[in-house]
Structure formats: structure tokens, C-alpha cells
Design a protein around this ligand. Sequence first.
Ligand code: AMP
Ligand code: GLY
Length: 415
Amino acid sequence: MNKTVLVIGSGGRCHAIVAALGRSPHVGTIYCAPGNAGISRAATCVPIRETEVDRLLDFAREKGVDLTVVGPEAALAVGIVDRFREAGLRIFGPTRAAARIESSKEFAKTLMQRNGIPTAEYRTFREVSEACEYVKSRPFPAVLKYDGLAAGKGVVIAETYPEAEAALRDMLLDDKFGKGSVVVEDYLTGPEFSFMCLVSGRHVQPLALAQDHKRAFDGDKGPNTGGMGAYSPLSFVTAEDEYFALHEIMQRTADALCDEGCPFTGVLYGGLMKTPQGIKVIEFNARFGDPETEVVLPRMKSDLYEHFTRVADGEDAGTPEWHDFATLGIVMASKGYPDAYEKGFPIEGLDDIDGEVFHMGTDVKDGQLVTFGGRVLMVVCQGATVSEAREKALREVKKIKCENLFFRKDIGLQK
Ligand code: AMP
Ligand code: GLY
């Protein structure tokens, strides 16, 4: 009960990591940089941003931090893990080179193709005219994924040729964002699911499966968001599916990264799809998923601190153990999200919730909890089954009073 941990990040994922570490008998003090209003009840928040590596390094040294855990991708992409390791500090997360599995679509697709890891057929382009010719030769819709320095242009699913051409021009001819490339890939169909694994070189330990709901509104309608809810476990993924995903996708990817000279340490997140032709990779992330983490970690029975330290020390994480209960979480988001929204609305009713409330974007103003982000809170409830957990979460979420929040009522009902 004497270890000091520093968790980097500020959202609901970070809150869930802090809560899980707080259950470890090894952990004494938890710092979180920068954290948020909810996290500050479970950890000491320090006002250092997630990409201020020098300041984080100084802080970890000064406080004698035994383990640093990185939540968000932005910190990984600036090489925080490399810097901490050079300084001899223990840190959980992948190096900048290994994190390219998320930060570069082209790197990820090439690695999959070379190693026979199932994913949508694709080609990479730097020239608009060549990309357009290729799009014309493939069935619609076309999936266009920007790959370059301009983050935020993301993924476009074009139903028609004019739409695809406009998106390609936007991605490849817009000098404002510098020169990048575009991965054009075939459109796949089927339910998506998130498979997170604790990876340490060639050692791969699966975490419980979860499903995210990316669209803003009920019935999977509306724009894509960071995720409006999640649940775990999943009934539509069979034991054979999971075996295949573990051995043919996650293990192969971990091995391939070792063979490329950039072994992965941390959470490798497979965004997978169960297509009529089998399970395929939609994307990889180099970190815990948000909001999946908020439903997966509450189900973990084994000690997260022990898993993290083993991975950070280059060893196998050890086999995680799980509670039998199901979890389901509903995200409350600011009206208008994922587009423009207002902040600063008072939130009431949190103390009456029978379940866990993870703070995603909250702040305290004059002693009052207020909204401070697009996604604001996530209410996670347990049940013997997913539908029991859903009923409970729906009941509990309605106890939270705030005039500017909305949520989905069909989490766990969509595939
Ligand atoms: P990403 O930003 O890569 O997670 O993509 C956002 C979303 O676009 C995914 O969650 C999928 O729903 C969808 N998507 C991405 N690639 C494909 C694909 N090849 N086929 C169908 N849908 C896709
Ligand atoms: N839930 C998807 C992600 O974390 O990227």
C-alpha cells in the first residue's frame, strides 16, 4: 500500500483507470495530470497538460513515482514513453515508433498486408487523379482515410463518386494541412467490437470484449462521435471468433511489431468487425479505448497495478481475471456535440446514483459541478446480464439533472 502512481489524461477513460488502480492493495498515492473534477475525488490532480513531457518527467522524479500510465494518444505521439524510459522511469504505454500502429494508417495497413492480418483491401495515394481512378474501379461506398500530419480530417465514407472526389481533393490538395496521403479501402459490413489486449513484446493477454456506439443518436443515427456508450461482455462474438481474433489478429500484430524492430508495450486496441467473410481489422489504437475502458475495467477482478508493472518491465502481463457480471455505460453529452456546444451548465443528482459515474468533461465553478466538454459524464451500471445492466443504467442516468445534456436510450441494443 505504498506505491505512487501517475496517470496521464483527463477523460472518462482516465477516471476508470484511476478507479481501478485505487482498488489495488499496492497503490498508495495516485496523481493524475491534468485530471478533471471527478478524478480529483479519487486522485490528486496536477495541472500539467498531457503533452508537457518535460514537466511530467520532473514531476514523476520529484514525487518518486513508481509507475506512470499513459491514457491518451497525443502523449504517446510526442514520445512520452521513450523519454521516460531514457530517464530510467517506469512507464506503461508504447514507444512513439510502436504507436504508429494508430498514428499512421499507412503503417498499420502495410503491416497487416505483409503479415496476412485480415483487413479491408486498400491502396495508398498521394495523387488525387490516381486515387480517383482507383475509387472508380472499386464498388461503393468508398472508405477514405487521411494519413498525414493534419489530424482531424479522419475517415470519410463516400456513397457516390462526386462525394469521394470532393473528399479526396480536400484531403490531398489542401496545402494548409501539408502533404499527406490517403488510404482508400473497401467498405466492410457487420457488427463492430473492441478487443483490447495487454501487450508486452510477443506476450499478448486479452481483456474482456466491449462494444462502443459511435453515432450520436438512437438507432445508430446522426454524426460519428467519440462514443456514446458501451457494454461488456458481447453475445455476438463466439469463443471461436475470440480465439481467431486473439491468435490471427492481435498476436500476429504484436509479433509483426517485434519483427519490425518496434515491440509494442501497453494496450493494443483492435477495432474489429465481424463481416460475412470473417473477422477483420477496421483500425488499431495504441491505447485504451474510450468509452470501452469505463465498462471493461470495472469487470476486472485481478490487480491492474500488477498487470501494468509487469508490462512496463517488459514481462508478460499475467492473465487478467474477470467478474461474471455485465456492465453497461451511457454517456451524457452536451447538446450540439459532436459539433459546437456550450459549457458551464450546472449538474445535480450525482450523489444519488447507484452505479459508477465517470467524469469525461466536467469542472467545478464556485463550488458547483458544471459541464466542461462535449462528452460530460458516463453512468456505468452492473447486472447479471447486459439487459439488466441496461435497465439499471437507464434508470440511474435519469437521476442526473442538467438542462444541456442528452444521451442514447439504446446502448447495447444495436449491433
Ligand atoms: P475510424 O476512425 O478508423 O475508427 O473509423 C470510424 C468508423 O468508420 C469506424 O468505426 C467504422 O464504423 C467506419 N469504418 C472505417 N473503416 C471502415 C470500412 N473499411 N468499412 C466500413 N466501415 C468503416
Ligand atoms: N472508442 C474508440 C476509441 O477509443 O478510439
